[in-house]
Design a protein around this ligand. Sequence first.
Ligand code: NAP
Length: 294
Amino acid sequence: MAAEIISGTEIAAQIREELKGKVKELKERKGTTPGLVMVRVGEDPASVSYVSAKSKASEEIGIYSETIVFPEDTTEEVLLAKVEELDKDPKFHGILVQLPLPKHINADKVLNAIDPRKDVDGFHPVNVGKLLIGEPYFMPCTPHGVQELLVRSGNSPEGKHVVICGRSNIVGKPLMAILVQKKKGANATVTVCHTGTKDLASVTKNADIVVAAMGSPKAITADMVKDGAVVIDVGVNRIPDETKKSGFRLVGDSDFDAIKEKAKAITPVPGGVGPMTVTMLMANTVRAAEMHSA
Ligand code: NAP
């Protein structure tokens, strides 16, 4: 039987509706409008488009957002001074510095200057540590989105063996920290794989849930997945496609067409994890406003 296709677009829309309700309540009960400020340095096209998507989502939900754009040659000192100013600005409950930053700026130094209670990306070391001990202010958006996709599609990771392929600081490692907690919607047995893993297929074949976050097109093939497994594909890869106006199309890290014939459920690319990432940023901003007005 063909797999259920887990629609990130639909689940994200459902979460955005819930967030609209929370924003309305915050405005009515506390007189608080959640505020998000985004800082972009330079004109990297991907960064321009990500920030614009976040700004549109904010507007849709009722979050006040501002984007501050600095020229490419801005110094680290100027950027740090702006972050420190925003830390103190009560209008903004969330601060996001869009990565990557130009090479002459130390990104870690800038991210570490964000007040952890306003760090809606969840990248500050304080938040990374708090995530590991199960008391996060904010969960990083993409891994949190993966957890929501699993739970809301009726594929809770509780008691399951989850194999995460990829150990980056933004996806694989924080997802491990989220799913291993003794909590509802988590409580999984988690294995994390990477390029040092000797026989990846022998590990993924034992998984109830496979999360592909490697940045390698179609790296997870049907023979690496057991019958009835759930596959969450985080990967976003551009491959050449002459039939497209852009000259490329997006594919994930898994062989979607073959795997959907044997899996219980699978996420598509695009339309799977992608829409969840921006939505969980909105959720974190609303949470930040709730924390500040508590
Ligand atoms: P990354 O920093 O490049 O990390 C990739 C990880 O995968 C590394 O840990 C690497 O192992 C591992 N890996 C790569 N090839 C492998 C292989 N053949 N076998 C086993 N492990 C392998 O990537 P990332 O930032 O986590 O992103 C991963 C993918 O998700 C990318 O396609 C990215 O575009 C996508 N992404 C999507 C969203 C979204 O919102 N949809 C958000 C973030 C990322 P080593 O550590 O040993 O090098």
